[in-house]
Design a protein around this ligand. Sequence first.
Ligand code: ADP
Ligand code: TYD
Length: 212
Amino acid sequence: MSSQGLFISFEGIDGSGKSTQARLLADHLRDTGRDVILTREPGGSPGAEEIRALVLQGDPDRWSAETEILLFTAARRDHVERTIRPALAAGKVVVCDRFADSTRMYQGMSRGDLRGVVDSLHDLMIGLEPDLTILIDMDPSEGLSRALSRRGAEERFEDFGEDLQKAMRAGFLALADEFSDRYRIVDGARDVEAVAADVRAVAERFGSLRPA
Ligand code: ADP
Ligand code: TYD
């Protein structure tokens, strides 16, 4: 890899298979000899994991939309400082399950139009975008039933139900259009291995355009 490393994020609605596919891609890239960090948001560093518990557990109305933007951005700042930038500087591939596009969608859309606030804070405090974002796209009814079947303490956004997930799916497809340089869309409504094969192909095609 180049000394700049490579930053790959996965996005999509809850239950679309991002975590599964991020793990499989990280395993595949390691098998091909690359140095890979698999990480996730919110979280990915000790401080950000503490913030994760604050935003994903407890009463869904615990925070206002604006406070939530600050908390997710604070978590991301710590994650970028402590985990992502050092890994990229060491030439590693960073595979991240969700990144700033999730804030653009969930905090930017779910309780009024706050996309401008999300983007301003992102520019001020983060200023980093993935080189490649893989959108695992699928119908929300399937994603939601998958997400609910592994229900745990972190239920925050899954609780908003199918209408919001439908809006999120449309929103992610619009983001893919807005950031078409870095976005690639993969159909997630197939068996795990079929999706993984497409994800590998996308990453390899993208990686082959980069200096080795
Ligand atoms: P996400 O990170 O997008 O919420 P996960 O990877 O955690 O999604 O998957 C949600 C649930 O669906 C898990 O129980 C997982 O084992 C299952 N799952 C993931 N991908 C598929 C697939 N292609 N087909 C069927 N079930 C899947
Ligand atoms: P995640 O653990 O990826 O959930 P899932 O596996 O169900 O997709 O993310 C947890 C929740 O956090 C998810 O509902 C989306 C939400 N989220 C935001 O609202 N804003 C953000 O910036 C991020 C990163 C996640």
